[in-house]
Design a protein around this ligand. Structure first.
Ligand SMILES: Nc1ncnc2c1ncn2[C@@H]1O[C@H](COP(=O)(O)OP(=O)(O)OP(=O)(O)O)[C@@H](O)[C@H]1O
Ligand SMILES: [Mg+2]
Length: 256
């Protein structure tokens, strides 16, 4: 059954505030199923240029399904997804990547038998406006560890390095919007700090981000906006200050 949200007023007020210009990503009334199980129930989510939106929710809330719905790896049966005002319902996942979305899946999907550099080359393609991919040099400046390990088999990297490689491979395609699914999962605190610092650097370089996380604390220093998902519905959407001013939202919907 679809829960009724006590926070829906705040959510629609903040959405209308961002509709002044065309958002980079607009997810409207999306309904997604696996077989006969409905997972997303009329999901609405907006990401404006320059935002870092934290999509927060408990285990099984529908964060990964939201990401897969946007990438059409789990194509929605209802609703619409627009990227820069363009409806993507006729595109394949690889074509969605070509119009400027980079995706770092929860399981990272590293090709373990290939070298680090081989994995990065797989992410290289023309950017959305025909502009080139990030050159390897730029990726190695961003992730010096990957440069040092460029000839190593990717399977020999630590968990944190594999996360960096997966992010580096998505950046190689020069995305306008980067989707990161649980980047902090399974990482030691010191590596989490490094990934946070990288996300902040990416924001400074103009990359817009949507970060799905169970770990609220990981997101508080990096996010400009917060969307909270529960049972496949967005129950809160607002800027970081609004979220922090309403601790009852985290208390009710997150493990906080
Ligand atoms: N391939 C699938 N087939 C059937 N049900 C699925 C499939 N993938 C996910 N689900 C179910 O859909 C719901 C949402 O899962 P989803 O992976 O989107 O949650 P999540 O918020 O990403 O959780 P987590 O924090 O554990 O990653 C869960 O009930 C899950 O069991
Ligand atoms: Mg998930």
């Amino acid at each position: 059954m679809r829960p009724i949200s006590p926070f829906s007023d705040a959510s629609s007020a903040s959405r209308s505030a961002t509709r002044v210009t065309t958002p980079l990503l607009e997810v409207r009334s999306v309904e997604t199923f696996y077989g006969t199980s409905q997972i997303l129930f009329g999901l609405d989510l907006t990401v404006a240029q320059g935002d870092c939106v934290a999509l927060l929710g408990r285990n099984g809330a529908g964060k990964s399904t939201t990401m897969k719905s946007i990438m059409r790896l789990a194509p929605p049966r209802g609703g619409a997804v627009q990227v820069n005002g363009r409806d993507v319902s006729k595109l394949r996942p690889d074509q969605i990547a070509n119009i400027g979305l980079g995706y770092v899946p929860e399981d990272r999907q590293i090709f373990k038998l290939q070298t680090v550099e081989g994995n990065l080359r797989l992410g290289m393609k023309k950017g959305p406006g025909g502009q080139d991919h990030w050159p390897l040099q730029r990726i190695y400046e961003f992730f010096p560890l990957l440069g040092e390990a460029r000839r190593k088999s990717a399977g020999l990297l630590s968990g944190g390095q594999q996360q960096m490689l997966s992010i580096g491979r998505a950046l190689a395609g020069n995305p306008d919007l980067l989707l990161l699914d649980e980047p902090s999962e399974g990482l030691a605190p010191v590596i989490m700090d490094q990934i946070q610092a990288l996300i902040l650097q990416l924001r400074q370089q103009g990359v817009t981000l949507l970060v799905a996380e169970q770990n609220m604390r990981f997101c508080m220093d990096i996010a400009s906006r917060v969307a909270v998902i529960d049972h496949g519905v967005i129950v809160f959407q607002g800027d970081i200050a609004e979220f922090q001013a309403r601790p009852e939202v985290a208390k009710r919907y997150l493990a906080a």
